[in-house]
Design a protein around this ligand. Sequence first.
Ligand code: SAH
Length: 240
Amino acid sequence: MAQLQRLAIAPSQLQDEKVVLTTQQQHYLNRVLRLRSGDRLIVMDGLGKWWLAQLTGAEAQILEPLNVQTELPGSITLMVALPKGNGFDEVVRCCTELGVACIAPVVSDRTLLNPSLQKLERWRRIAQEAAEQSERLIVPTILEPVSFAAAISTATATHRYLCVARGSHSHLQQALNSVSLTSKMLIATGPEGGWTAAEVECAIAAGFQPVSLGRRILRAVTAPVVALSLTAAVLESGST
Ligand code: SAH
């Protein structure tokens, strides 16, 4: 089963035990992967369901539901101030592999990148590919970029952390000791220039706890990956 190709579909493609494939998916399965009618594959709706399916021309026939469990017990949202260049591509890819549920790109005072609609589509594609590759049940949601101020004022997660590179804040791992395994968590990381003092203040006022990821200064693309690895490890090892 593990060797079968996985294909993420939109839930609307599933009709009467059949998946109606898009032209792009047909091209990918037939031309790129060289699959033929009769070959089997795994179809995932990105919302938590997997099925074993069989290719039949422009469709895939559903054979049976599959029972897999690859998701973290808690739900982690990453709020990431957009790094410059294509740095965010790597953040989306790595954090999807690590089990993130939602990524909220934000524009902070020191963000240099001006996000475009094409970028958002690209990030969503990367999340889908990474979810297929790492056998996720869900494809993480990538929200539209908004300002950091707007994002913190609407954040609803029960546990909210703001990663701050300097200062004597408690370590994220220590802060996580008190959360339950099935919590909803939100972790925010800043841009290359870091958060401004005003942003840190606003976040604290909005219920965020400032935390450290260690004594070294990490790059804007490394920090989210470290924060997520750490949180996933705490959740999966059940040490809370
Ligand atoms: N240029 C800034 C550092 C920015 S690092 C300075 O010199 O102070 C980019 C982002 O990564 C930070 O805003 C923070 O969210 C995160 N980060 C990097 N290293 C960190 C650390 N050791 N602890 C907590 N957060 C860190």
